[in-house]
Design a protein around this ligand. Sequence first.
Ligand code: ZN
Ligand code: ZN
Length: 363
Amino acid sequence: MPAAELARLRQQLAARGLDGFFVAAPETLPRVNLRYLSGFTGSSAYLLVTAQEAWLLTDFRYVEQAEAEAGAFEVRQHERPYLKTVAALVNEAGLKRIGFEADKVPVRMWQEWREALPAVEWVDAGGLVEDLRVIKTPAEVEAIRRAAAVADRALEALLPRLAGSTEAEWARALETAMREAGADRLAFPTIVASGPRGSLPHAQPTDRTITPGDLVTIDFGATVDGYNSDETVTVVVGTPREARQREIFEIVRAAQAAGLAAVRPGVYASRVDEAARAVIRDAGYGPAFGHSTGHGVGLEVHEAPTLAGQPAVDRMLEPGMVVTVEPGIYLPGWGGVRLEDTVVVTETGYERLTRFPKEWRTV
Ligand code: ZN
Ligand code: ZN
């Protein structure tokens, strides 16, 4: 898989007039881009990529693992400090203009590079790898699909146990069930918000006991092969307490359906946001939907593109993007409803990767 990613990186380097790209991912810095480009999952490594060469530098602990995981890279154990090895390779390859992730590298680290390699021009290429990550390969989509299936299976098994559990007990049970169903880990700490707590979009599970008549919002996800799923359901436990619960639910359901219906190539992400938001606004609940409609999902739970109204983050949807559509209504003191699916943009529209039906459901 990473060989394709490496090829796309090299196209970008050529387009930007860079003769090298350097990714620093020691323990203290984000590693997800290094993993994306190389396949290496250890906790510390550096990548140096040129038009012809691709080196992965790591320490004694990880040489064998890197050789197994990063097939497209020549793995070397770096000296200490690592910069000695980097400088030797840069000089050997005669690199003059090297792109680096200026949005991640601390100023002091960058100064050390400049001192060690005074002839090199270090060019800000922050966001370059994130841009590559926006369009998923079929293998990446498949990993997200598997993560979603694992999470759905666990949810379906655990829903009958909602009544009488505390939010925290039930969240722990769901997390265990996701692991048993095949999750490598959780995509994020599970959100369980019952009754009036449903007005908190990111509620941490508490010791509140889930009781008949409650609406319960559950936001959950699994990770498989590094890729995450993200899904939210709202269900009612037993007999609803009042007709308004169903009314609010149906508004959110219509908003989510409208958002999903807007997802297709060539459409701006802000249009999807507006399609969902208009339904909630027209129903009179505009101020009760205070977050963006969705976000990209992949190696990170939240990544580009953002489905929101802000022009600064807007971009056109393309096949292979994986995004969430997750409108909600939050009423302090009363509760709330959110429905979320993770979908992949296809040539003609979208395909849902999270498959739990988003209809009114009594458990
Ligand atoms: Zn979510
Ligand atoms: Zn989400």
